[in-house]
Unconditional design. Structure first.
Length: 87
């Protein structure tokens, strides 16, 4: 996969990612999401847009987002069944 982006300079950069790198990136994102689900507090007065989306998703499946065990087990089950598309 080829991507283009601008870093600290105004020059466009282009990078090509291999299947192995995409696989690794997917696993990093999976772990980061798992950490977010585990350690975030979903009863904040000022939730981020992502946290609002997570709350809405949980509510649509009758998952108590504020009860850690319910939320964590729900997303862990999803992540365990979510196959890495870059294998």
């Amino acid at each position: 996969m080829k991507i283009q982006f601008k870093g600290h300079s105004t020059t466009n950069r282009e990078v090509e990612l291999t299947q192995q790198e995409l696989f690794q990136l997917f696993e990093i994102m999976r772990k980061e999401f798992e950490n977010h689900i585990t350690y975030s507090r979903f009863n904040s007065c000022y939730p981020s847009n992502i946290e609002k989306d997570i709350v809405d998703f949980c509510n649509s499946h009758n998952v108590d987002v504020e009860y850690g065990r319910d939320r964590i087990n729900f997303f862990t089950a999803i992540l365990n069944n979510l196959k890495n598309p870059y294998q």
